[in-house]
Design a protein around this ligand. Structure first.
Ligand SMILES: Cc1ncc(COP(=O)(O)O)c(C=O)c1O
Length: 421
């Protein structure tokens, strides 16, 4: 059975919207995806029917408590966690990572070492740099290989010492799209005695996360990147979370995960989060899986991976034919499984911003800039003020949309060149 992309699209009302009669092509997905109607409905239902704070005895507060519990259980299924107590939910990945970095830093001493990579988004770099300033830690940067477009084990091993306390790793890049061998890198870091904090924000929309299989200690993602509401989620290994004392109010719960979730949660968005996981499960059922929720989520990914690989290959082939265009990432179709369908490029003599403005005028939604992949643009020598053009597909995109985007790039590059004379 082929991937049911039209049936999937029917679940996303935004994909059918038009501006002044013009269809929208959403290839802005690495910055945020559209949501199924069920997610929006769940948020609205929670606000209308069960809107209350937590911990009381009347019906709405009890129902709100259930919404919170269900969201943690759903994300535990989604990430392969041992249980809902390992799931910390907050406003976004960056805020949660700042929170956890400060918490972890309470146990680090001056002279301890932290490792970050040049492949990471700032959300998994800046928190560790600022913690290091505060606590007198030593920071080591690991570059990525511009042959493989991945962080190589040897490069990581070269900066590990007996004082390395934490390694922050990227699962999939929001600029190059390449996927790191996180399981192997984690093994190298753990052998040196370090904790491993993985940023899976760009991997989670495209592949099944299995925290037990990866062997890391923390893994962060953001549900608005995988068809959900604007929230961040961090999985933490229970045995590690139990040892940590986060900044929190004295009188709030010391339980897991409540100890890490300060203040009143975004309860209505948690309702949407559960609906997001159930959306994956529904897609899994659509492609024939009838098992428990986690198995249905896995089946959904198995189906969408093949579809997305086709989109990525088509996009790369189309862009590669444009004269003077350089793709910054894996282009070999034989290695398509080592990347997500996020493709960034620059074109000789053309500012990324000029091109995406012309594409926006055709209602093709793509991004330009460094997109917080600050270390990547610097390693590649790309001017940060210009950055790249980034076209990012999701499971709901079609080959026809990819073709339109490629055609638009080709046409507008030619036009900009003509204008320049
Ligand atoms: C790889 C990566 N990490 C982290 C983030 C930050 O996520 P959030 O917006 O949830 O803080 C992003 C956002 O684009 C990202 O692409």
């Amino acid at each position: 059975m082929g991937f049911p992309v039209e049936a999937l699209r029917a679940h996303f009302p935004a994909l059918a919207l038009k501006d002044d009669g013009h269809r929208r092509i959403h290839l802005d997905n690495p910055a945020g995806t559209q949501v199924p109607r069920a997610v929006a409905d769940a948020v609205a239902r929670c606000l209308i029917e069960t809107n209350a704070n937590l911990g009381g005895h009347f019906s709405t507060t009890v129902a709100a408590g259930r919404v919170v519990d269900e969201a943690h259980a759903a994300m535990a299924d989604f990430l392969g966690a041992a249980g809902p107590e390992e799931i910390v939910i907050g406003p976004n990945m960056t805020t949660l990572t700042y929170h956890l970095s400060r918490t972890l830093g309470r146990g680090f001493s001056p002279g301890d070492e932290i490792v970050v990579t040049r492949m990471d988004h700032e959300g998994n770099v800046s928190p560790w740099l600022q913690l290091s300033e505060d606590r007198g830690l030593v920071v080591h940067f690991v570059p990525f290989s511009t042959d493989s477009w991945q962080v190589e084990e040897e490069a990581l091993a070269a900066v590990l010492t007996e004082r390395t306390r934490l390694v922050a790793l990227n699962h999939a890049s929001n600029l190059t799209g390449s996927i790191n061998r996180v399981k192997t890198l984690t093994k190298v870091a753990k052998a040196a005695g370090a904790l491993v904090y993985v940023d899976a924000v760009q991997f989670a929309p495209h592949g099944l996360v299995d925290v037990a299989e990866l062997g890391c200690d923390f893994l962060a993602c953001s549900s608005y990147k995988f068809f959900g509401p604007h929230m961040g989620i961090v999985w933490g290994r229970r045995e590690v979370l139990e040892t940590l004392a986060p900044y929190k109010c004295r009188c709030s719960s010391n339980g897991l995960p409540e100890r890490f979730e300060t203040g009143t949660p975004q309860i209505e968005l948690m309702a949407g989060l559960t609906a997001t996981v159930d959306h994956f499960a529904e897609l899994g059922a659509m492609v024939g899986e009838a098992g428990p929720r986690r198995s249905r989520v896995a089946a959904a990914y198995a189906a969408s991976i093949a579809h997305e690989a086709g989109l990525a290959t088509r996009l790369i082939a189309g862009l590669s034919a444009v004269d003077g265009l350089a793709i910054h990432g894996i282009v070999d179709p034989a290695r398509v499984a080592e990347r997500v369908p996020t493709v960034s490029f620059t074109v000789d003599g053309i500012r990324p911003d000029s091109l995406v403005r012309l594409m926006a005028a055709e209602n093709i939604f793509v991004w330009s800039g460094h997109n917080y992949a600050w270390e990547i643009v610097h390693q590649l020598g790309i001017p940060a003020e210009d950055g790249v053009v980034r076209i990012g597909a999701a499971a709901y995109n079609t080959p026809a949309e990819i073709d339109e985007a490629v055609y638009s790039v080709r046409r507008n590059v030619a036009m900009l060149r003509q204008q320049r004379g």
